[in-house]
Design a protein around this ligand. Sequence first.
Ligand SMILES: *C/C=C(C)/C=C/C=C(C)/C=C/C1=C(C)CCCC1(C)C
Length: 264
Amino acid sequence: MELPVLTPGQFDLVYNALSFGIAAMGAGFIFFALARSYVAPAYRPALLVSALVVAIAAYHYVRIFESWGSAYVLEGGAYVPSGEAFNDAYRYIDWLLTVPLLLVEAVAVLALARAKSASLIARLSIAAVLMIVLGYPGEITDDNTARFIWGALSSIPFVYILWVLWGELGRALDRQPPQVRVLVRNLRLLLLGTWGVYPIAYMAPFFGLTGAGAVVAIQLGYTIADVLAKPGFGLLIYAIAREKTRADNADPLQGQAVPAAAGD
Ligand SMILES: *C/C=C(C)/C=C/C=C(C)/C=C/C1=C(C)CCCC1(C)C
């Protein structure tokens, strides 16, 4: 999209949101890397994937932040395009890598048989790649008709992913211990609630927002959704892993305390 002139308030809003994105992803990485030792070994791969997701996102947020800063110069009290492009591709490349990993996390909580998990991950990942690849041409065009058509095409795999995950997570509810059930239910709502923000932010130009308003709404929407869908989602996965560890009666903290006491 062609960059509009921004007021300092509009420029700073996106600048600060992107900066917050870096902090949230970076802190998430440290948390998930350290939290691994608080869950049973069976649940560690899910936390490792959470750590990977936020590490990839932290890197891309640094690049988006830099790109935003160099796309504008302050001139006579307004932020005007510097002539350097704002690179939206960082976001889409980030999604291409992190969305399939988030799907792996979601499927991991389902605790399905290995073959069923693998085929589910494969189908959902193909749909995720289609969703992102079809959304990109619409994201970078100034033509609203083209934006609408690409967005509609991208929504087909999007609806498929949410439909399949909603159903699978629902069926998984019955297999969970009672304390875990409410967390899986929340995970399902978080998934729907946060993934739903992306197409809404994408459609900002159709809600009467033009120029500066649309650019700011899109960047804010994607950043807030990313923080909830990556570190936020990871935290809920961690909570589920903790509960399951307790339910399996294999709390690694107790496990560590027992041999130490016995050795004294
Ligand atoms: C961490 C990043 C995540 C979870 C990204 C999710 C992205 C989407 C669900 C994007 C969906 C889109 C549509 C459904 C239509 C318009 C184009 C997209 C790509 C914004």
